[in-house]
Design a protein around this ligand. Structure first.
Ligand code: G6P
Length: 608
């Protein structure tokens, strides 16, 4: 969702901006633009709706677009439709200031009527209000740009979210950078510097970064960075390096990232074993984290989308292996209405990107109360991981497809590792007996076997899922949790209206939706509920449903469609979800859709 790149002090600025924007494409966007300045009196603004290749083509057609500093943006429309006028950079009416913005300025209408009632606006964006306002303070009030920017930042309401990079034509080597809630990082080059929404947008140029915090203004010049708080206090900060292989984000020979990422799951499981489960199988987890968790009386797992679903699965491992009450919450709900909290809460944030605004809103509150927290994420030094008390990586490698796959299974595996480590720390026998290392090895092989049967999945998708408007995944307990994720995958990328249901609840209403050939897919991996789910499937079949089964081997019979290797009941989702990922993939592919970039969705949702 909205991506930002900025660079100063580099003759390759246009390329750097385009490469950065391409690496942010995965977040989802509907228009893109750049502004570059060569410091010799030439500057260029190019914006296009649609894909970055349209922008690139426009730049090439223009022929001479070049610069030593610039800013670029991919926009996911919030205020105003996707159009060239609404695309960023937005600029002041005198063409002096150019601004890219990610986030939402909640009080932009008020700022507009109070300060800019006489200004003609070219766009419907909240961003244009900010750039016109900077210009107003510079031109009318004779302020320097830095002071004008600071004044504007103080006028923006604190519930607003923003990552800003501003350029002033009269100081073309300077980026004025600030943020609140939305992600932004400074990248440090040799003789040039950058700003970007994440490390990946700059990793081809540098692996050295500097954090900026909310309510700071950073002045970025080619050879100098200065950070001040909005109150004018100067800040010093150490850079850090990120160990990331830029080629890990390439698609290779795969037609879509999603298929590559599904296929990478066995390797991710093996990587997690090598990172967290050394020879003796005793998990290697930071002791201070385990101490903090062991002294809590309730674990609150917080997440959005697929991450929330990964929390639902892991809740059982936490309760069974540690004996600590555990509940799982949708971050956007928990932020504004939560249950009565226990006396000693511990918060676990699940976030592939580590940037989700809804989850961060909860973390900000958790920090205010000084409650301890852990972020489990795929992105080292991401906002949530930097701001929580502890962090653990899921080592899934860059996940580019909007529909999350390998991050889901990696999040479940890391939570199982953590639950075992915590249970062992607390002297729980069940945790000591839980043969996780061996199980993850079996699971890696099982995932491989499932991903090797792609033809079968493609056939099932074509036969059952390509035509109907609706589809249902059903299951009980653990299988219900997976049904929710399986349905999310299908609806996200194939636009089939899919729902995950607790199978016992079907007959209390939802079974009314079953028509002739409605696909109903039963997930059956748990001994206690297998028979019940089979009966519920029968009930739908006798009303015309086209039923399918995904079943653990020891519960299978010869009519079952997809049979999974047997694993510990706490870990069955690591296998049962894989066929559902492939079914979603092939349904989307069969419909000729853009599997990696489904309509209206963003990979990283940085506004609430
Ligand atoms: C978006 C993505 C989902 C993801 C969710 C939470 O909606 O499209 O795939 O599950 O955000 O993201 P996070 O990065 O916090 O896991």
């Amino acid at each position: 969702m909205c991506g930002i790149v900025g660079v100063t002090g580099n003759k390759r600025s246009v390329n750097i901006l385009l490469n950065g924007l391409k690496s942010l494409e995965y977040r989802g966007y509907d228009s893109a633009g750049i502004y570059v300045n060569d410091q010799e009196g030439h500057d260029y603004l190019v914006k296009r709706t649609g894909r970055i290749k349209n922008l690139e083509q426009a730049i090439n057609e223009q022929g001479d677009v070049h610069g030593t500093a610039g800013i670029g943006h991919t926009r996911w429309a919030t205020h105003g439709e996707p159009s060239e006028a609404n695309a960023h950079p937005q600029f002041s009416n005198d063409d002096r200031f150019y601004l890219v913005h990610n986030g939402v300025i909640e009080n932009y209408q008020q700022l507009k009527s109070e300060y800019l009632a006489d200004v003609d606006f070219k766009s419907q964006t909240d961003t244009e209000v900010i750039v016109q306002l900077v210009d107003r303070f510079v031109v009318n009030n004779h302020m320097d740009t830095r002071s004008a920017m600071l004044k504007v930042l103080r006028l923006i309401s604190s519930d607003s979210s923003y990552a800003f990079v501003l350029m002033d034509r009269q100081q073309p080597d300077t980026l004025f950078v600030a943020k609140n809630k939305s992600p932004l990082l400074i990248g440090l080059g040799d003789g040039y510097n950058m700003a970007g929404s994440d490390a990946m947008s700059m990793i081809k140029e540098t692996n050295r970064f500097m954090e900026l915090e909310d309510h700071e203004l950073v002045i970025v010049k080619p050879d100098h960075i200065s950070i001040t708080s909005f109150d004018g206090e100067e800040k010093k900060r150490q850079p850090f390096t990120v160990d990331m292989d830029p080629s890990a984000a390439d698609k290779g020979a795969y037609p879509f990232y999603m298929l590559k990422e599904i296929d990478e799951q066995p390797a991710v499981m093996r990587r997690l074993v090598s990172e967290y489960l050394p020879a003796d199988g005793k998990p290697q987890v930071e002791d201070a984290l385990l101490e903090s968790m062991a002294s809590s009386d309730h674990l609150y797992i917080i997440g959005a989308g697929t991450s929330y679903h990964a929390g639902l699965v892991a809740q059982r491992a936490f309760e069974k292996l540690t004996g600590i009450h555990t509940s799982v919450h949708i971050s956007s709900e928990f932020a504004y209405e939560h249950p009565l909290l226990s006396e000693k809460p511990f918060f676990i944030f699940l976030s592939q990107s580590g940037e989700t605004a809804d989850s961060r809103e909860v973390l900000v509150n958790v920090k205010k109360h000084q409650w301890p927290s852990l972020t489990i994420t795929n992105v080292d030094k991401s906002t949530l991981s930097r701001e929580s008390s502890f962090s653990m990586l899921i080592y899934a490698g860059p996940e580019i497809a909007v529909a999350s796959t390998k991050a889901y299974t990696a999040q479940i595996a890391v939570q199982a590792i953590l639950a075992k480590a915590l249970g062992m720390k607390m002297g729980q026998q069940a945790a000591a007996d839980f043969a996780l290392k061996e199980q993850l090895a079996i699971i890696a092989n099982g995932m491989q076997a499932i991903t090797d049967s792609k033809d079968k999945m493609a056939e099932i998708a074509a036969h059952y899922l390509s035509k109907p408007r609706n589809a249902f995944y059903i299951g009980r307990g653990m299988d219900w949790s997976v049904a929710l994720e399986a349905a999310l995958k299908l609806k996200e990328i194939s636009y089939v209206q899919a729902e995950g249901f607790a199978s016992g609840e079907l007959k209390h209403g939802t079974i009314a939706l079953i028509e002739n050939r409605t696909p109903v897919i039963g997930l059956i991996t748990q001994d206690r509920t297998a028979g019940l789910t089979r009966s519920n499937l029968e009930e739908t079949a006798s009303r015309g449903a086209a039923t399918l089964t995904i079943v653990s081997r020891h519960l299978a019979n010869e009519d079952d469609n997809i049979v999974l290797p047997d694993v510990d009941p706490l870990l069955t989702p690591l296998l049962s979800v894989v066929p559902t990922q492939l079914l979603a993939y092939y349904t989307s592919l069969g419909k000729g859709l853009d599997v990696d970039r489904p309509r209206n969705l963003a990979k990283s949702v940085t506004v609430q």
